[in-house]
Design a protein around this ligand. Structure first.
Ligand SMILES: [Zn+2]
Length: 265
């Protein structure tokens, strides 16, 4: 699933093509059935900015309206002078020179065309963007559900918008805390370590254009992200922090969870 670094990579790549005046709009029946939850009166409108909060892309039009796009499991936006469209290309927007298209094989993505006010309300459902969070809020957020496992809280989009399974695993690893540790057992000196771990996980992933696992995420040019080389426990056999301990894999809240029994307490 695309997480913060992958969505940010797409946002930044698409932003090079702005402003984008939409001369034509083509959709598939699958768009209305599974992905788009509103009408889509965007023909002749111009996209002037693309923002992001957590994993939600926010296309802003010149008239103040918004198209919010969540990529779900397999969604991506492609852009080019021409793009290779497939049966999974559910929305195709063209201007005079380029095509901007939403592709989503599994159709778990969602999209909303909203007024400024509606968009603001929808985005307010998300917590602070993981890349923007500061120590005070991080500490309060972790203390909010004392009985939850730390990793489960790190996945809560109302608290840490933009995190996802690989990010949460890697944050726990770099903070030296087991993903299963209860939030009530996180010690005072560990909160700054978690904050540092967030930065240490996000920065290289962002620089690498996101992280791709087996046949997953593609950026707006169809390329895989290279961030996988920075992972220390996720999908690893040997912990890349101590370079000697076998990574343990468990299932926590239905998600594959990885940790180093030596480095994480
Ligand atoms: Zn280790």
């Amino acid at each position: 699933m695309p997480e913060l670094p992958e969505v940010e990579t797409i946002r930044s790549q698409l932003s090079h093509y702005l402003p984008f005046k939409i001369d034509s709009v083509a959709t598939t029946p699958g768009l209305k059935q599974n992905i788009l939850h509103t009408d889509l009166p965007i023909k002749d409108k111009t996209i002037i900015e693309i923002r992001r909060k957590g994993k939600m892309l926010d296309f802003v039009f010149e008239d103040g309206s918004h198209l919010l796009s969540h990529l779900g499991m397999t969604g991506t936006w492609l852009v080019g002078e021409t793009i290779t469209s497939t049966k999974h290309t559910h929305l195709t927007l063209k201007n005079k020179t380029h095509t901007l298209a939403y592709d989503d094989p599994r159709r778990f993505g969602h999209m909303y065309y909203y007024s400024a006010e509606q968009a603001e309300k929808k985005l307010a459902e998300l917590g602070t963007d993981l890349a923007q969070i500061e120590l005070k809020e991080l500490t309060e957020s972790i203390k909010r559900y004392p009985d939850r496992a730390l990793k489960v809280t790190l996945l809560d989009q109302k608290l840490f918008a933009g995190s996802g399974n690989y990010i949460a695993n890697e944050i726990c690893a770099r903070a030296g805390i087991r993903p299963t540790r209860k939030c009530s057992k996180v010690k005072g000196e560990e909160f700054p370590k978690i904050l540092k771990a967030i930065k240490d996980v996000l920065e290289p992933a962002l620089k690498s254009g996101g992280t791709t696992f087996q046949g997953g995420y593609r950026d707006s040019t169809g390329e895989r992200g290279q961030g996988v080389q920075h992972l220390v426990v996720f999908y690893q056999k040997i912990c890349q922090m101590c370079k000697k301990t076998k990574v343990k894999k468990i299932i926590l809240a239905q998600r594959g969870t990885y940790y180093c029994p030596h480095c994480q307490k």
